[in-house]
Design a protein around this ligand. Structure first.
Ligand SMILES: [Zn+2]
Length: 531
C-alpha cells in the first residue's frame, strides 16, 4: 500500500524562540538547524529576517540545509505596494528556500489590529504570495487566529485561506494562535476547510494552552491536513507549541498513522530523538523533563516489583512502544517496593551478568534497602546504584584514595571594597602509591571541592578530562531523629552521556563529596580505566 506523505515543519528557532528565557545566538541557531536537518525534518524555520540582527545575519548567506530553510515575515502592509514595503523587500531578499507569511484571517483583527478593510487584507495576502513566488520561493501562509476567526466569521476566514491558495501558496497553515481550540473543534473546522482547499496543501499550527497541541495536530491530520508545525520539546510562548518530540514517534510508531503516512524520518533517524531533545535542553540550560513522553528518563521506568518481573518476561506487558526505537531505554527502579526481579533486570540492563540464585543478590537487595532507609534514593541515581552493585559483586577497582580534604569559606572585602564570599578547597589524594595535593577555588564550597578533586588524579586524569557537572540538587530530609541532606549530582561526559549520583549525610559537604566521588569513579569504570 502506498502511503501518503505527511510533512513536518519545525519552528523551534522562530516561534520557539518566543518563550521566556530563550535567546538563541547565531551559532545556536546554526547548531539547532543542523540537528533538525539531520533528524529529517522537511522544513526548518530559522527566524524573521529584518526583525533583528541575528536573524538578518542568519539569512545573509545560503545555509545549505537538506531541509527547506524557511524565513518568516509579514504580508505587505495595508495601503502600500509590495515593492514599496521595506519589511517585505528584506524578506524577499533573504537567502531562504521558502517564505512563510503570517496573515490575519479574523475580521475582528483586520479591523482592530490592522485598521484596514477586509478587501485590502485579502489583496495584501494575494500580492505578498505572488511577490514571493516571482522571486522563486516556495510560499507558506500562516493563517493567524484561523480557528477563532472561523468561529466568528467562517466565510471571511475561508476567503483569506483561499486567497493564499489561489495566489499560489504551497501551504495554507491553519493556526490556533491563542491555543484555546479543542481537538473535536479542530477536526470539524479542518474537515470543512479541506472541502475548499486540498488537504495536501493544508497545515496545522497548534499552541498548547489547553495542553492539547499534540492532540490538536493529530486531529487536524485525521481531518485531512498534511503538514504539522511544531517545536522541539514544545518550547514556545506561554504554554508552548505542539511538541514535535511527541508527535514524531506517534506518527512513526502508532499503527493508525504509520500505516497511512510517510513522514520522511527514517527508523535510524528516530533513534536520535532522545538525544536531540536533551541537546536542546542543554543549549537552553534547562533540566530535561524526566516525565516527557517517549524521551524522558522516566518514560520507560517502572517501580513496582510485580510489573518488573512481567517486564523481564515480555516488555510489551507494560510498555506501549519499545524504548530503543526513540533512543531511550528501559529502567526498573530500585526501591523499597522492588524485589529481586527489579535488581535482576537492572543488572541485566547495565550489563552485569550474574546467576539468578547468586547469594550476593540478596546482599545487594539488603544493602539497597538499608541505605534507602537512611535517605538514599537509587531510583534517582542510576550511576550510584551501578557502583553499589559492582562493589557488592567485587568489580570496582580501588583507583584512588582521598586521604584528606579541607574546605574553607571566607567572606571579606575585595580590592574594590565590595563584600565577596570565596571558597577554597584542598584535597590530598593517593594514586598508585603517590600522594597528590590539589587546591581549588570556587563560588561555593562544593564547587571548590569539585575543582580540587578533579584537578589532578595522576594517571587517571585523562579519563575524567571531559567530565562536567550539569546539575546539583539538595534536599533536606527527616530520617529518624535528625535531619539529613540528600545531594543529587548530574554529570555529563564528552560524548554527551549523562548519569546521576547521590550522597546522604547530616553534613551537606559530606553528602556532596560522596556524590562527587561516585561520579568520578563511575566515569573511570565506564571508560574502562585500568586499576
Ligand atoms: Zn505560533
Amino acid at each position: 500500500m502506498t502511503r501518503e506523505r505527511l510533512y513536518l515543519f519545525d519552528t523551534t528557532l522562530r516561534d520557539g524562540a518566543q518563550m521566556n528565557g530563550v535567546d538563541f545566538t547565531l551559532h545556536d541557531k546554526l547548531v539547532v538547524a543542523e540537528m533538525l536537518d539531520k533528524l529529517g525534518l522537511d522544513y526548518v524555520e530559522g527566524g524573521y529576517p529584518g526583525a533583528n540582527p541575528t536573524d538578518t545575519e542568519l539569512f545573509g548567506q545560503d545555509r545549505k540545509l537538506g531541509a527547506t530553510f524557511t524565513a518568516f515575515g509579514m504580508t505587505r502592509r495595508p495601503g502600500r505596494s509590495a515593492s514599496n514595503d521595506p519589511g517585505l523587500v528584506a524578506l524577499l531578499d533573504a537567502k531562504a528556500d521558502a517564505i512563510c507569511f503570517v496573515a490575519k484571517t479574523w475580521d475582528y483583527h483586520v479591523r482592530v489590529a490592522l485598521e484596514t478593510t477586509n478587501e485590502e487584507n485579502l489583496a495584501s495576502i494575494r500580492d505578498s504570495v505572488k511577490a514571493a513566488k516571482d522571486k522563486g520561493r516556495e510560499v507558506l501562509v500562516d493563517c493567524e487566529h484561523f480557528f477563532d476567526g472561523y468561529k466568528a466569521n467562517a466565510d471571511y476566514a475561508l476567503a483569506c485561506a483561499k486567497a493564499a491558495y489561489n495566489a499560489g501558496a504551497r501551504w495554507v497553515v491553519l493556526c490556533d494562535t491563542n491555543g484555546g481550540t479543542l481537538p473535536h473543534e479542530i477536526e470539524e473546522i479542518v474537515s470543512a476547510v479541506v472541502k475548499h482547499i486540498p488537504g495536501s496543501h493544508v497545515g496545522i499550527h497548534a499552541h498548547n494552552d489547553t495542553e492539547q497541541a499534540v492532540a490538536n495536530s493529530l486531529a487536524a491530520v485525521r481531518a485531512g491536513a498534511r503538514q504539522i508545525q511544531g517545536t522541539l520539546n514544545g518550547i514556545g510562548e506561554r504554554c508552548g507549541n505542539a511538541n514535535l518530540v511527541s508527535i514524531i514517534p506517534t506518527l512513526k510508531l502508532k499503527k493508525e498513522f504509520a500505516d497511512r503516512f510517510d513522514v520522511g524520518i527514517s527508523d535510524d533517524q528516530l533513534k536520535n530523538l532522545a538525544a536531540v531533545s536533551r541537546k536542546l535542553d542543554d543549549m537552553l540550560n534547562r533540566a530535561p523533563n524526566r516525565h516527557a513522553p517517549y524521551v524522558g528518563d522516566s518514560a520507560f521506568a517502572t517501580k513496582a516489583g510485580i510489573h518488573a518481573s512481567a517486564l523481564l518476561k515480555d516488555p510489551a506487558t507494560y510498555e506501549h512502544v519499545l524504548p530503543e526505537t526513540v533512543g531511550n531505554h528501559r529502567r526498573v527502579l530500585i526501591s523499597d517496593q522492588g524485589g529481586r526481579s527489579n535488581i535482576l533486570s537492572e543488572l541485566e540492563r547495565i550489563g552485569i551478568r550474574v546467576d539468578k540464585g547468586d547469594p550476593r543478590i540478596a546482599r545487594l537487595l539488603d544493602e539497597v534497602k538499608e541505605r534507602e532507609s537512611l535517605g538514599y534514593a537509587y531510583e534517582a541515581a542510576d550511576a550510584s546504584f551501578e557502583l553499589l552493585a559492582r562493589r557488592v559483586l567485587g568489580k570496582v577497582p580501588d583507583y584512588f584514595d582521598v586521604e584528606q580534604f579541607d574546605v574553607n569559606v571566607e567572606q571579606r572585602y575585595n580590592a574594590l571594597g565590595k563584600r565577596v564570599t570565596v571558597a577554597m578547597a584542598v584535597v590530598k589524594v593517593k594514586v598508585a602509591g603517590e600522594t597528590l595535593i590539589s587546591a581549588g577555588e570556587g563560588n561555593g564550597p562544593v564547587n571548590a571541592l569539585d575543582v580540587a578533586l578533579r584537578k589532578d588524579l595522576g594517571k587517571y586524569q585523562k579519563h575524567i578530562d571531559g567530565l562536567k557537572l550539569t546539575d546539583y540538587r539538595v534536599r533536606i530530609l527527616n530520617a529518624g531523629t535528625e535531619a539529613v541532606t540528600r545531594v543529587l549530582i548530574e554529570s555529563e561526559d564528552e560524548k554527551g552521556e549523562r548519569w546521576t549520583t547521590i550522597g546522604v549525610s547530616p553534613n551537606v559537604i559530606e553528602s556532596s563529596f560522596q556524590a562527587l566521588m561516585d561520579s568520578v569513579v563511575y566515569k573511570l569504570v565506564k571508560s574502562g580505566a585500568p586499576a
